[in-house]
Structures are given as structure tokens and as C-alpha cells.
Design a protein around this ligand. Structure first.
Ligand code: NAD
Ligand code: DAO
Ligand code: ZN
Length: 369
């Protein structure tokens, strides 16, 4: 079949919308019509060429929602008409990592997904006979995409598809990091570095679990009103201080925070986020994705004296078994996705979404097909 898709031909080149060829779902695969997709910093990072796994040409996009149109042989858990969120971390109940109960990092299709192809080693996308890579196993910047059955989460048909794309990455990543990874305790003091959609979801998650103080930190103060609206008790701009930001936070909190989250992808800030944690118990969760070849550093004594450094992917959320429940929380009114959606646009305007995110002017742009 044909589908309209935004092709990333090479790093730093605007996406080009073309009608491309899409092969139908093979065994164990599903064809999904994407209704909306939103732009995450990670798509922009891959287009920048700094992503160690970035492959070109590719159909980017990993934060989306759609409707199952067709299923391949052997697919039993979804059917045409189901509403689904594509998962860049699949969930195969037979994967030993999933069976361990210790992680959401399903490995069943890890190798082929990293190579930009489907589990049989081939791509479903092509343009004038040239193979185009899948991206993160999702490729939601195409009106139609093909995914493995284990890479879709069936959600309630009550969820408005015009908004649900943000449940495909930012919100579960931030909220999940608070609940599943850091396990923030009621009354805790929390520092959030980076107030994009991911940082905002950390703030919202921290408020929901009853954190006492939530300190938002960003070099772009235009993010502060929304952060306060979602639950930040204080917001600070590192540029306004003479001292290093970790020292500022330590001074504000009588020795450091209980939990810090890095939601930027900056290795220097990852260090600050660790070092602003309280001696003896403070825990830093790294969510931001750093560029190829970058490394983090600290004095080992920071760890010897009780601080913990850890990371979180997709908020530790197991997509098929846990994401539908998070969507239900949204539908019950336990949180709102509206504050994250600062812009709505058409597929043809997708490069504007990149410009807005790059300029720090958007939280999430939702692209409607
Ligand atoms: P975003 O671009 O919307 O937000 C980043 C924020 O960081 C911006 O508000 C920016 O002003 C701020 N910032 C930049 N440099 C700063 C500095 N030195 N100090 C303080 N603030 C600074 O990005 P996003 O979509 O919210 O994503 C955030 C990060 O999380 C990215 O690195 C993205 O790749 C990553 N991510 C990781 C996962 C995961 O599962 N681990 C999932 C989604 C996104
Ligand atoms: O299992 O080795 C693995 C990696 C799984 C993918 C983890 C991706 C999480 C970070 C990328 C940001 C997503 C928007
Ligand atoms: Zn993302």
C-alpha cells in the first residue's frame, strides 16, 4: 500500500513528506493508522546526528496513537478497530528480562529494532525501491506504520485520540520514573532538571505521590509558569546564580534533596543532579539521553557517601501491561494531558514542530494526520 510519511533522509535536513510504499503486516505484525503523533526531544536528537543508534533514511516518530487496521497471521491480542499506543520498548511476556519482574527492558526484538528493521530483518518502508529504516520500532511520522504485536498497547476507546499521543512517551516516562524507578516517598524533596514535557511529567508525578518540595530547574524561565501549575513549589534558573547549581540546591534544602531527576541529556547537569542529592540517601535518576560518546563523571566519594545514580527508560513502565492503566488514570481525571499540548498542527507542518521544540517554545506539538 501507499502511505504519506515524513522522511528523514540525513542528519540536520528537514523532513520531507512523500507518498511511500508500505508492505502489509507479516506474521506477528500489525498495521496501524496513526491518528496523532507528537514530537519528543529524542526525535530531534536523532535528527541532529548525535544519536549513536541513528540510521538514515528513516521514518522517525515514537510518541503516537492510532487504530489497528489489519493484523498478520498469528496475532491474537489485538484486532482491527482497537486503539493502540506504539511502544518503543515492547513487552513480550516470554522475554527473560520481562519474566524477571526486575525491568521493563524487553530484549525480544532489541537487535533488529536497533538496526531499524522488523524482527524478520527487513523493512516494510521503501521509496522508489530504496529501503527506508524503521525508527525505535515505531515510526509514527507515517500515516500508516507496521509494528510487531508486542510493540502495541491496547488502550481504552474512550481516550481522545487527538490528545493521547503524549501517553506514548513523555508522560509515562516522567511519571514512571517517579513511581517505578525512584519510588519517591510522600513528603520528599525533589529537584527536577529540565522542564520540557518529561520534566513536567516528573513534577506532576512527584505531586501525585505527595512530595513536599518540588524544585524545577531550567535555563529557560518561560517554562516556570507551567511547572508551577503542575506542582513545582519553586523554580530556579541556574543563570541567575554565581554558585554552581548543585550548591544552590544544597543551600536551599538544608543539605540536598531526597530525589533528583535529569531530564535534559546534558552530562554536566547529570553530575549536578547527583551532587545536589543529600549525603547518605539522596538518589539521582537520569532520564535525559546524552550524545554519542559522551560520558558522565563524579568523584567516587559522592557514591561512597550514600548518593545513588541510576537511570530510567520509559519510566520503567511495562508498556502492554501497565500503560493502559495509566491511560485509565488520565480518563478518571487523576491527571490531565492538556497542559503538555502547547501546539497542534498538520503532518505537513511537522518541521515547524522541530523548530518550536528547538527554540524552547513548545512542550509538545501534536501532529494530526
Ligand atoms: P525538551 O527539549 O522539551 O526539554 C528539555 C529542557 O531542558 C528544556 O526546557 C531546556 O530549556 C532545558 N535545558 C537545556 N539545557 C539546560 C541546562 N543546562 N540546565 C537546565 N535546563 C536546561 O525535552 P523532552 O522532550 O522533555 O526530553 C528531555 C530529555 O529526556 C531528552 O534528553 C530526551 O531525549 C530524553 N528522553 C528520555 C526518555 C527515557 O525513556 N529515558 C524518554 C523521553 C525522552
Ligand atoms: O534494551 O538496550 C535496551 C534499550 C531499550 C531502549 C531504551 C530507550 C530509552 C531511552 C530513549 C529515549 C526514548 C524517547
Ligand atoms: Zn520520547
Amino acid at each position: 500500500m501507499k502511505t504519506r510519511a515524513a522522511i528523514a533522509w540525513e542528519p540536520n535536513r528537514p523532513l520531507e513528506i512523500e507518498e511511500i510504499d508500505l508492505e502489509g503486516p507479516k506474521d506477528g505484525e500489525v498495521l496501524v493508522r496513526i491518528v496523532t503523533t507528537s514530537l519528543c526531544h529524542t526525535d530531534m536528537f536523532t535528527l541532529s546526528g548525535k544519536d549513536p543508534e541513528g540510521l538514515f533514511p528513516a521514518i522517525l516518530g515514537h510518541e503516537g496513537v492510532g487504530i489497528v487496521e489489519e493484523i498478520g497471521r498469528g496475532v491474537t491480542s489485538v484486532k482491527p478497530g482497537d486503539h493502540v499506543i506504539p511502544l518503543y520498548i515492547p513487552e513480550d511476556p516470554d522475554c527473560p528480562y520481562i519474566r524477571s519482574g526486575k525491568t521493563n527492558l524487553c530484549q525480544t526484538i532489541r537487535e533488529t529494532q536497533g538496526l531499524g528493521v522488523m524482527p524478520d530483518g527487513t523493512s516494510r518502508f521503501s521509496y522508489k525501491g530504496r529501503m527506508i529504516h524503521h525508527y525505535m520500532g515505531t515510526s509514527t511520522f507515517s500515516e500508516y506504520t507496521v509494528l510487531p504485536e508486542i510493540s502495541v498497547a491496547r488502550i481504552s476507546t474512550e481516550a481522545p485520540l487527538a490528545k493521547a499521543s503524549v501517553m506514548g512517551c513523555a508522560i509515562p516516562t516522567g511519571m514512571g520514573a517517579v513511581r517505578n524507578t525512584a519510588k519517591v516517598q510522600p513528603g520528599a524533596t525533589v529537584a527536577v532538571f529540565g522542564l520540557g514535557a518529561v520534566g513536567m511529567a516528573v513534577i506532576q508525578g512527584a505531586k501525585m505521590v505527595g512530595a513536599g518540595r518540588i524544585i524545577g530547574i531550567d535555563t529557560n524561565p518561560s517554562k516556570f509558569p507551567l511547572a508551577r501549575g503542575l506542582g513545582a513549589t519553586e523554580c530556579i534558573d541556574p543563570k541567575e546564580f554565581q554558585q554552581p547549581i548543585h550548591q544552590v540546591v544544597i543551600d536551599m534544602t538544608n543539605g540536598g534533596v531526597d530525589y533528583a531527576f535529569e531530564c535534559i541529556g546534558n552530562v554536566n547537569v547529570m553530575r549536578s543532579a547527583l551532587e545536589c542529592c543529600h549525603k547518605g540517601w539522596g538518589e539521582c535518576t537520569v532520564i535525559g539521553v546524552a550524545g554519542a560518546g559522551e560520558e558522565i563523571a563524579t568523584r567516587p566519594f559522592q557514591l561512597v557517601t550514600g548518593r545513588v545514580w541510576r537511570g530510567s527508560a520509559f519510566g520503567g513502565v511495562r508498556g502492554r501491561s501497565q500503560l493502559p492503566g495509566m491511560v485509565d488514570e488520565w480518563l478518571r481525571g487523576e491527571f490531565s494531558v492538556d497542559p503538555y499540548i502547547t501546539h497542534n498542527m498538520t503532518h505537513e507542518q511537522i518541521n515547524t514542530a522541530f523548530d518550536l521544540l528547538h527554540a524552547g517554545e513548545s512542550i509538545r506539538s501534536v501532529i494530526h494526520f
